[in-house]
Write a protein that binds this ligand. Structure first.
Ligand code: SAH
Ligand code: SF4
Ligand code: F3S
Length: 438
């Protein structure tokens, strides 16, 4: 059958989409190009904020027409499937299957069952997690590879639905992770990103490698030039992990470290387990160990009870760190979460005003940090040709910034040296050095 996967959500979901695609291809199905010609459409979902859910339901409205017209098989996977469980068949009676994130390994079975008129559902925290063990074909991402090292989350930040839809933390055995990375290196992957909701609590309480030990193990694998991980929780940034930034040659000079708020009162209501000064100390220690390290983060404005003074504290924290980029969101009340019952709802107009003030200032800081790179020479991993012009190449620095420059398409997937000549809001312009890098 010809299938399409429509994907929403975080990098974990992107990777889950790749895994499902690979399972389906292994079962003899083919990836289609557009929804109208597909025999089956699978929607991999996210419910982190209300907007994500709205997007999903409006897409399902459109797919319902397709179903009526052509009998297209429809499946819903991921976090909304888990959140709704069996109720999803009441809300969307025209779908054929629903699989939670721990059950995506059953996607081929569900599809084939649907072709015979059957309906499949599977939810729940499957503790042996076969979904974690799928090794996706690397068809979409060239020389970049992703490995899930853990699933779930135990942190229960008061606003967050993830622990309810992805279940408790479960780390994969380090020997399996290392074997997967070795295999990737053998296939020509040079950049590896370790994925998990809270990667730096990897193997907490288990008799297995700690997160810093895992990083060292991967660093030693021949062929891997760049190592990244996402996401880390500030409370679990250990001295050993900070030291890795000084000692491991492959570990890229960038870290995504969500702070969520700069107000200690709000951080405590969020159940984050650190204060703004605790966060800043870790940032300082990282900068000391790794000068030039790029910081990115997530932040929420308009959390229940957030006063002007709390928001100003958030602005101050952002000014102090000078992030290279921040994903900022308006608080969205989520089912199951304790924050949904907190008093002090912030009026939407005020929340929007705060968000736009925050974003305007952060855009200016990002532009400054990109301009500060003008005149420097950086290593770029070439990811592809520009869509607009065939002799334009595009890649990323170790710090994660996008660089566009003129170059021969033969350099795609190579590491090259580039001189930065201009910094823009979202990217850098460079000039290729004569000699390719490593
Ligand atoms: N595990 C990661 C990412 C979780 S989701 C972490 O702990 O940082 C990605 C981001 O979405 C969060 O960092 C947070 O900034 C935002 N987010 C999560 N729940 C939210 C909610 N209810 N409303 C608004 N933003 C939210
Ligand atoms: Fe959600 Fe907090 Fe877990 Fe991140 S650490 S997934 S924000 S509960
Ligand atoms: Fe969304 Fe689920 Fe990821 S809710 S952010 S897809 S873990």
């Amino acid at each position: 059958m010809k299938f399409i996967i429509e994907n929403f959500g975080c990098q974990m979901n992107d990777h889950d989409m790749d895994k499902m695609g690979s399972v389906l291809i292994d079962h003899g199905h083919v990836a289609g190009k557009d929804v109208d010609e597909a025999d089956a459409v699978i929607v991999n979902t996210c419910c982190i904020r209300e907007k994500a859910e709205q997007k999903f339901y409006s897409l399902m409205g459109r797919l319902q027409h397709l179903r009526r017209k052509k009998g297209t098989i429809l499946g819903v996977t991921g976090c909304i499937a888990e959140q709704e469980k069996e109720n999803i068949f009441e809300r969307l009676p025209f779908i054929d299957f629903a699989l939670g994130p721990s059950n995506i390994h059953r996607v081929a079975e569900a599809l084939e069952n649907a072709a015979g008129g059957g309906r499949t559902s599977a939810f729940g925290d499957n503790t042996c997690s076969p979904s974690l063990l799928i090794r996706p074909h690397n068809t979409r991402r060239g020389i970049k590879g992703y490995v899930t090292i853990m699933k779930g989350c135990n942190n229960f930040c008061s606003y967050c639905v993830v622990p309810y839809v992805r279940g408790r933390e479960e780390s994969r055995r380090s020997e399996d992770v290392l074997a997967e990375v070795r295999e990737m290196a053998g296939r020509g992957i040079v950049e590896v990103t370790l994925l998990g909701q809270n990667v730096n609590s990897y193997n907490n309480g288990n008799e297995d490698l700690s997160f810093p030990e895992l990083l060292s193990g991967i660093d030693a694998i021949p062929g891997i030039s760049r190592l990244r991980f996402v996401t880390s929780h500030p409370k679990d940034i250990s001295p050993e992990l900070i030291a890795c930034f000084g000692t491991l040659g492959t570990l890229c000079e960038s870290i995504h470290l969500p702070f969520q708020s700069g107000s200690d009162r709000i951080l405590s209501l969020m159940n984050r387990g650190y204060t703004s000064s605790g966060y800043l100390h870790k940032v300082e220690a990282l900068k000391e160990q790794c000068p030039g390290i790029a910081f990115t983060a997530d932040c929420i404005v308009g959390f229940p009870g957030e006063q002007d003074s709390d928001f100003e504290a958030t602005m101050r924290l952002m000014e102090t760190v000078r992030f290279d980029g921040v994903f900022s969101f308006i608080y969205s009340a989520r089912r199951f979460t304790t924050a949904a019952n907190l008093p002090g709802r912030v009026p939407p107009a005020i929340a929007h005003e705060r968000l736009s003030r925050f974003q305007k200032r952060q855009r200016a800081i990002t532009l400054d940090s990109n301009r500060a790179m003008e005149g420097s020479r950086v290593e770029v991993l070439v990811e592809g040709q520009s869509k607009n012009s065939p002799d334009e190449l595009s890649g990323r620095t170790r710090s994660g910034k996008i660089v566009n420059f003129r170059g021969n398409p033969g350099l795609v997937y190579k590491l090259v040296e580039v001189d930065i000549i201009k910094g823009y809001a979202n990217s850098l312009r460079g000039e290729l050095r004569d000699t390719p890098g490593r």
